[in-house]
Design a protein around this ligand. Structure first.
Ligand code: HAM
Length: 436
């Protein structure tokens, strides 16, 4: 009986893993250069970490279970709440702002479809200690430059949940109802927003204003916001300051007051990045983030924070690895058998040169006692660049035979010369590497 993968999960084969590691390294490199440090949190947490803010409703969307000790646990659906829990427990004494990044798998009990999985990966960053426009701009710019460094065509939308919340608070809509409206807006369910507002007795003019604000983009959105949002102008002022700083970073964005974000914890700026090359279909949101306050909820003092998370898998599905990374630069060391077994001196020498080569390149050594032709045919099938032949004759002469598998040329060299030749070839990827 064949055992299939669990629904919504994937296997990653070596080529895909190579690509993902290269992407991860690029993201890490940029985050480090922006002064962020890596952290890691557990794969599962106590369920209340996620239900405290969002309520029991969220359990439906999570992998949650009771362990043998009867504790209620959940596989993490995201990493922001775990990071803030860790901050409250372990990091609150470190200097602020605390700037961290993470890369880890997340689990959501969703209906799987293209680019929507039950196990997926997030790469994210959080600034703990500030939700000021400067922190907001830094987080947005960091996400923007990482996406750019991957050469992915993308569109960045920036909004502020404070605008819509202010409008609704003005007319005394209750917090729970505001959250419901935000969730409907997040799902793009326009008709339901209108219906719900109507149900709770909102005036026609207010509903029209709200819908106009949600629908407008760019300059027009800012004008609408200035016209409609009157009482809580703090949100508007903060947004205006943020947009100014984003211009200094040379970040290209679209103002979109209709971004509500699915998660309940956002308190200020929110942003999303969408893949714009048409490669992802409906699930084209590759990044989400914003300002929030969770520390007090987890028993710490109230600390403002700002962060984002990439949908790593969605980025991987759009990222095209540069040509130069596609062919692995591999070497195969070929001990030459006489009869059915290797000569002791031959295998000893082969292991020695393999160890030397492994300091520099991925190097294979036969583990199946195969014949010379079988080993060379394996080298060909994995598209290795070089074979290093070690026979009794070579051992006696203190040399090895280096064969370039692309050109067929070969030369007898000392181990040191052999390493230098292979290095030079891989560096230039030109020349034969075997010329005497
Ligand atoms: P989120 O928007 O729920 O935000 O998730 C971030 C990203 O994860 C999404 O933009 C999407 O690309 C990806 N994603 C979400 N669900 C799936 C799925 N089922 N399959 C594949 N990819 C998925 C958060 O999680 C927040 N913690 C972000 C944040 C960090 N806010 C502040 N700091």
């Amino acid at each position: 009986m064949r055992i299939e993968r669990a629904r919504g999960t994937r296997d990653f084969l070596p080529e895909e893993m190579r690509k993902r590691r290269i992407m991860e390294a690029r993201m890490q490199d940029i985050a480090e250069r922006w002064g962020y440090e890596e952290i890691r949190t557990p794969t599962f947490e106590r369920s209340e970490l996620f239900t405290l803010k969002s309520g029991e409703e969220i359990l439906k969307e999570m992998y949650e279970f009771k362990d043998k000790g009867g504790r209620h646990l959940a596989l993490r659906p995201e990493l922001t709440a775990p990071v803030i829990r860790m901050y409250v427990n372990e990091l609150k004494m470190v200097p602020k702002p605390t700037k961290v990044y993470y890369f880890g798998n997340c689990f959501r009990y969703e209906e799987p479809q293209k680019s929507r999985y039950r196990e997926f990966w997030q790469f994210g960053t959080e600034i703990i200690g500030s939700d000021r426009p400067e922190a907001q701009a830094e987080i947005i710019a960091l996400a923007y430059f990482i996406v750019k460094s991957l050469g992915i065509k993308a569109e960045l939308h920036v909004g502020h949940v404070g605008l819509i919340r202010a409008i609704l608070r003005d007319v005394k809509v209750e917090e729970a109802e505001i959250n419901k409206v935000m969730r409907l807006i997040d799902k793009g369910e326009r008709e339901e927003v209108i219906e719900f507002m109507d149900e709770i007795g909102a005036k026609k003019e207010l509903i029209a204003n709200l819908m106009r604000l949600i629908d407008s983009r760019g300059k027009e959105a800012l004008e609408e916001a200035r016209r409609i949002v009157t009482s809580d102008s703090d949100a508007l002022k903060e947004l205006e300051k943020l947009l100014e700083i984003l211009d200094y970073y040379d970040v290209v964005y679209t103002l979109n007051a209709g971004i509500a974000r699915g998660l309940d914890y956002y308190t200020g700026m929110v942003f999303e990045i969408y893949e714009a090359g048409g490669k992802l279909g409906a699930q084209n949101q590759v990044c989400g983030g914003g300002s929030y306050r969770l520390a007090a909820l987890f028993g710490g003092i109230d600390v403002p924070s700002t962060g984002f998370a990439f949908g790593f898998d969605r980025l991987a599905e759009t990222f095209a690895l540069e040509e130069r990374y596609l062919k692995r630069k591999e070497v195969v060391v070929v001990p030459i058998r006489e009869g059915n077994d290797y000569d002791r001196d031959v295998i000893k020498e082969a292991i020695k040169i393999t160890s030397k080569l492994r300091e520099f390149f991925p190097t294979h050594l036969d583990v199946m006692s195969r014949s010379l032709s079988a080993q060379l045919s394996y080298a060909g099938s994995i598209r290795a660049s070089f074979a290093v032949l070690v026979g009794k004759k070579e051992v006696k002469e203190g040399k090895v035979t280096l064969r370039n598998l692309d050109t067929g040329e070969q030369a007898k060299l000392s181990v040191a010369e052999c390493v230098e030749r292979v290095k030079a070839w891989f560096e230039s990827s030109k020349g034969s590497g075997c010329a005497q």
